[in-house]
Design a protein around this ligand. Structure first.
Ligand code: NAP
Length: 486
């Protein structure tokens, strides 16, 4: 079986732990390849490399740094099919969605290459004569990127591209479920000739590699995407580093009685069962007006029962596997919880027969908004239907959770649409479209327990830069702010 290495200071090297771990194909449960089980010493080596590379990279003009990003985008495009297959193999995402994952990476590298010619500060008059004020951006220094498995190319790219354009140097720790995708991405940066030491890859467990990164005294920034539990652990242990957290979701689609029902059904299927429900923006709740509940359920069940589970590389597969055995157990545990809580199972609720981590798409109705299946992130193909009497109740139910990432409303009534835009507690609101489908030139992120207020996408440079305020006094005399007023 092929064995891959860590990437430190521009070289592929073994871990000082001398241990490896295996990545599995979730469709077959067969091993894919071996990867280094990185440890604290490897993180320290990577830190040294990143620190040594910082001076030169941060003083490279930002438009010049952008050229490396454009070259990365070009190679990503050239190798799009290969990377798409890699995602389908290692993470189980069906091929069109895997290619979409790569496309998001291409988009963010291209977008951030352009940021190299902007990285704007502000200029402003001073309150004193012959004095001028401006702000400029600085990189943070060495930053750590810690990523999940569900967008194994796009999420690392969403962090790498802004971190690089701002002039930071990087230690990247990917999820232990998708180290092959991470390794391929680093190969592409190497092919784009990003100089040594600027990006370093350390595979290995969150408890060891991740913990060393978050507690390292010299690392200045942590950009994390993953579960709320790990996000909390980071805030409690990372000290005064700049931290960006993109955490979970329990996203809802509201369907009003004036909606185009067939359009809403398409959006629900895509939101709930796309990526097998394993998106932070997946729709796991449908909040439906009581007048159309029965009609919606009957159309939805009919369509859901036709969805085909299978090999993500096959053209006619609709739903791939879950990521691992733990995810199967978790989803099935929530099915049992839903039944015990008194919700009505409309379809699914079963682990699929045979090899691979497949679970039948599952829909519950008669769900009370307080039930666990309506409150907690399951991260699998399990959808809860909640019935409401009007728009106000719909919005209250939508907001009755601790998360606040994405949301959607299907309605043809402009008052309902604007009420939803104004009152829904979420970082993203879609009107007449599903809960998924972010574009890189807009901000991405959530409110409440979904994070700590940072935004990725177009606002990624905020996360990876600091502001420096500059006062230029050309009066030739001492001028005291707030005291010399003339
Ligand atoms: P996770 O278990 O929190 O893991 C995420 C990353 O953190 C992995 O690389 C993991 O390493 C690492 N990690 C684990 N323990 C750590 C520790 N003590 N210190 C530092 N790092 C540690 O999350 P996941 O299961 O991979 O991803 C699913 C979650 O991500 C869901 O909650 C989903 O909603 C969320 N997500 C959010 C967004 C968003 O933008 N808001 C996007 C995608 C996913 P190992 O793999 O080695 O354990």
């Amino acid at each position: 079986m092929k064995s891959y290495k860590l990437y430190i200071n521009g070289k592929w090297v073994s871990s000082s732990s001398k241990k490896t771990f295996t990545s599995l194909n979730p469709s077959t449960q067969k091993p894919i390849a071996k990867f280094q089980q990185g440890n604290e010493k490897d993180v320290d080596r990577a830190y040294f490399a990143a620190k040594s590379a910082f001076e030169s990279w941060s003083s490279t003009p930002a438009p010049k740094r952008g050229e490396f990003l454009l070259e990365t985008a070009r190679i990503l495009r050239k190798r799009k099919q290969e990377l798409g297959k890699c995602i389908a193999l290692e993470m189980g995402k069906v091929m069109p969605e895997s290619l979409g994952d790569v496309q998001e990476a291409i988009d963010i590298f291209e977008y951030m290459a352009g940021e190299g010619r902007r990285l704007f500060g502000i200029t402003t008059p001073s309150e004193l004569r012959n004095k001028f004020c401006l702000t400029t951006r600085m990189p943070l220094g060495v930053v750590a990127l810690i990523t999940p498995w569900n967008f194994p190319i796009a999420i690392p790219a969403w962090k790498l591209a802004p971190a690089l354009i701002c002039g930071n140097t990087i230690i990247f720790k990917p999820s232990s479920d998708t180290p092959l995708c991470a390794t391929k991405l680093i190969e592409i940066l190497e092919e784009a000739k990003i100089p040594s030491g600027i990006v370093n890859l350390i595979t290995g467990s969150g408890n060891i590699v991740g913990n060393r990164l978050i507690t390292h005294p010299k690392i200045r920034g942590i950009s994390f995407t993953g579960s709320r539990a790990t996000g909390l652990h980071i805030t409690q242990n990372a000290g005064l580093k700049k931290i960006g957290l993109e955490l979970g979701g329990k996203n809802a689609i509201i369907v009003m009685n004036d909606a185009d029902l067939d359009l809403a059904i398409e959006g629900i299927l895509w939101g709930a069962f796309g990526t097998t429900g394993q998106r932070c923006t997946a729709a796991s709740r449908v909040i439906v007006h009581k007048k159309i509940r029965r009609k919606l359920e009957s159309k939805l069940i009919k369509r859901t029962k036709k969805l085909k589970l299978g090999n993500p590389l096959n053209k006619n597969t609709d739903i791939g596997p879950l990521i691992n055995q733990k995810a199967i157990e978790k989803t099935h545990r929530y099915t049992k919880i839903g039944i015990n809580e008194g919700a009505k199972l409309l379809c699914g609720g079963k682990i699929a027969n045979g090899k691979g981590f497949f679970y039948h798409p599952t829909i519950f109705t008669n769900v009370n908004p307080k039930m666990k299946i309506a409150q907690e992130e399951i991260f699998g193909p399990l959808l809860s239907i909640i019935t409401v009497k009007d728009i106000n109740e719909a919005i209250n139910v939508c907001n009755s959770i601790s998360y606040g990432l994405s949301s959607s409303i299907y309605t043809n009534n402009i008052k309902n649409a604007f009420k939803a835009i104004e009152k829904i507690e979420a970082g993203i609101v879609y009107i007449n479209s599903s809960t998924i489908g972010s574009e890189v030139h807009l901000p991405f992120g959530g409110v409440k327990d979904t994070g700590n207020g940072t935004r990725e996408g177009s606002l990624g440079i905020e996360e990876f830069s600091e502001i420096k305020t500059v006062y230029i006094d050309y009066s030739g005399k001492l001028q005291k702010a707030q005291i010399d007023i003339s």
